[in-house]
Design a binder for this molecule. Structure first.
Ligand code: SF4
Length: 263
């Protein structure tokens, strides 16, 4: 339920729930679905329900046990704001994140409306929790407007899998943009001009830009260079450590900063 992640923009994934249902074309070749089914076939007890939405309470307190600061992708095998997620369990997930303030939590959803409703109910969301939404086609840009209404410091957009030209994007209030092509046996292709258009808007508007991959049969098939450069930017953010219950040694804080600014 928690592991070192192969995803370039994070260090680890944490799955207090697994399984999901598809909401838009970006879900068609969902990686989490493929992996869940494979894990069930391999007899992994956490995936007996395969890709059906399932709470994983045994994983709830994992981030509190990880003492080294990490960037943690929340629910990489699901969507934290899935319709079947109970409110009280969602609160428990956030209580863990609020407490584990030496980490950065990266939450990505295709259901930003529920994220907004949650944020209004839960109260202040501290700065080490980042919230983002996925946009695969221009017709889903409205998700960005929904995300923008949330009072959280670091908001981000993942244009992955990018399935068409996005056009002009309002990046007001957005700290970070991730772009990536689809990978896997049924991957749909990405055009360099779609990526350039997003990169140029980020550069012009001072938004951190991260180009994850071109995609192909495997995530690494096409490499990561765009016009001869690897784009590895992160939001300009330094966690405000509370000092309790864990203090961060100076060495670890420096390591974390380096990770975040690797170019
Ligand atoms: S929302 Fe995400 S996890 Fe859920 S089906 Fe779509 S791509 Fe998969």
């Amino acid at each position: 339920m928690g592991d070192n992640s192969a995803i370039e923009w994070t260090d680890a994934s944490w799955n207090p729930a697994t399984g999901c249902t598809k909401v838009s074309p970006g879900c068609k070749n969902c990686y989490a679905e493929r992996l869940s089914k494979r894990l069930k076939l391999m007899g992994n007890p956490k995936y007996t329900n395969a890709f059906d939405f399932t709470l994983q309470p045994a994983a709830l307190d994992l981030p509190l046990r990880w003492k080294e600061p990490r960037k943690i992708f929340v629910n990489s095998m699901s969507d934290l704001f899935h319709e079947l997620m109970p409110d009280d369990y969602l609160d428990r997930c956030f209580d863990v994140m609020v407490k584990a303030n030496w980490h950065i939590f990266q939450i990505l959803t295709k259901r930003p409306e529920r994220m907004v409703r949650f944020a209004k109910r839960y109260g202040r969301i501290p700065d080490h929790i980042w919230m983002g939404t996925s946009v695969e086609l221009a017709m889903y840009k409205k998700r960005i407007d929904v995300l923008r209404s949330i009072r959280v410091k670091t908001k981000f957009i993942s244009f992955e899998p990018l399935l068409g030209p996005i056009g002009e994007v309002n990046l007001k209030g957005i700290a970070w943009v991730i772009v990536g092509g689809e990978s896997g046996p049924h991957h749909r292709s990405i055009k360099p001009d779609w990526v350039r258009e997003l990169r140029d808007q980020c550069v012009n508007q001072g938004v951190a830009f991260f180009f994850k991959q071109w995609g192909g049969m495997t995530p690494k098939s096409g490499g990561r260079q765009l016009d001869g450069k690897v784009w590895n930017e992160y939001p300009d953010f330094v966690p405000q450590y509370s000092g309790k219950p864990v203090t961060i040694p100076e060495r670890t804080a420096r390591h974390l900063l380096r990770l975040r600014h690797q170019l």
